[in-house]
Design a binder for this molecule. Structure first.
Ligand SMILES: *Cc1c(COP(=O)(O)O)cnc(C)c1O
Ligand code: SF4
Length: 341
């Protein structure tokens, strides 16, 4: 356990860390001691979704390894430009569930607010890489409509802040928003989906913990971590800070070819997260978004992997294997039954 007092970061640490993120392939190769010719460069694929990776995340990559599992998550490659049948720009048909800019209401009892228009890191497999964030970043003014919508639907008990990455918004903005949500009596749970606790752990500072735990709402943070190598000492401290503040901490992972398509790696991820008070939540099958087909796995491979994971872990450390199907009002569980029949 780390005493709270040791987790004192400068308020600006995370912002400056985001500003100094690496956006040049040449620089990334230089820092990682890689020959740019070694990495399959897809500079053309970066036009609408550029390379972006904070240095703390790069520091966890293995130098000289062009196949590093963290590097492969952020490295633009030429295959992204290939066109594959069944892979589209909006595979989840999110436009249809978008009643007001910045608000998605697809599932019973919970709505998702897109609070920020970008991310700290650009993940090549991202299902929102083509999402028109610019039209969905309502800001303070636009929130009124979203809050009115939530107020008018008294079956909504949970508000999910998402993005982009919601934790890119300032603490004062988030504090104001959370208070406004807490003022709606039927909302009881505030959930944050963010990759920042993993990518830029200094984001979990005292200011954040204050607004996150400072209302009557029950706070839940869902991290996005795909590989145990993403969890270094600093990330461990951030996760423990959440735990000590009584924030429920969960993780979701996307199953990715050549990155975490290995039961041993996934089991280790669960154990490492749990050591820091974070439970595995979802293991997502990749969404068929244009540009990500090279990360996909065969269904038989996925079932075999999940079977191997079930054999290795206690039930509470096994994430739910799910797939998002447009129009289905929940994340659909994938079954392993098939491999025994
Ligand atoms: C994934 C998602 C949620 C949350 O679903 P849970 O199964 O509760 O984690 C809510 N709204 C939208 C639009 C989503 O995509
Ligand atoms: S942090 Fe999440 S939303 Fe942002 S690019 Fe990565 S996967 Fe996509």
């Amino acid at each position: 356990m780390i005493p709270r007092t040791t987790i004192k970061w400068q308020a600006e640490t995370w912002q400056s860390s985001l500003k100094s993120a690496i956006t040049s392939l040449v620089e990334l190769c230089d820092v990682l001691a890689l020959d740019p010719n070694q990495v399959l460069s897809g500079e053309n694929s970066t036009a609408d979704f550029p390379l972006k990776v904070p240095r703390e995340f790069v520091n966890r990559m293995e130098k000289g390894n062009p196949r590093d599992p963290l590097l492969l998550q952020v490295l633009p490659v030429a295959q992204e430009l290939d066109i594959h049948p069944g892979y589209s720009q909006d595979p989840l048909k999110e436009h249809a569930a978008n009643p007001i800019p910045g608000l998605l209401h697809k599932y019973h009892g919970r709505v998702l607010l897109t609070v920020a228009g970008s991310c700290a890191i650009n993940c090549r497999y991202c299902f929102r890489r083509h999402f028109p964030y610019q039209d969905n970043n309502p800001g303070r003014q636009g929130w009124h409509k979203a809050l009115d919508y939530i107020r008018e639907h008294d079956d909504i008990s949970e508000v999910i802040l998402s993005g982009g990455d919601p934790l890119l918004a300032s603490d004062s903005l988030l504090a104001e928003l959370c208070q406004a949500i807490a003022d709606i009596p039927h909302v009881t749970i505030l959930r944050i989906h963010s990759r920042l606790p993993i990518v830029t752990p200094s984001r979990i500072n005292d200011k954040l913990l204050n607004w996150l735990t400072g209302t009557r709402l029950q706070p839940v943070v869902v991290m996005h971590c795909n590989h145990p190598q993403e969890i270094d000492t600093e990330v461990g401290h951030a996760l423990q800070a959440l735990q000590q503040a009584n924030v429920t901490s969960l993780n979701q992972t996307v199953l990715l070819r050549d990155i975490n398509d290995n039961a041993g790696v996934l089991a280790q991820l669960s154990h490492t997260l749990f050591k820091h008070g974070c439970l595995p939540y979802y293991l997502h099958q990749l969404d068929p978004v244009q540009g990500s087909a090279h990360f996909a796995l065969e269904p038989t491979r996925i079932r075999a992997l999940y079977d191997a994971l079930l054999r290795q872990l206690p039930g509470y450390l096994v994430p739910k294997l799910v797939k998002e199907i447009a129009g289905v009002p929940y994340k659909s569980p994938l079954s392993v039954d098939g491999i025994y029949s």
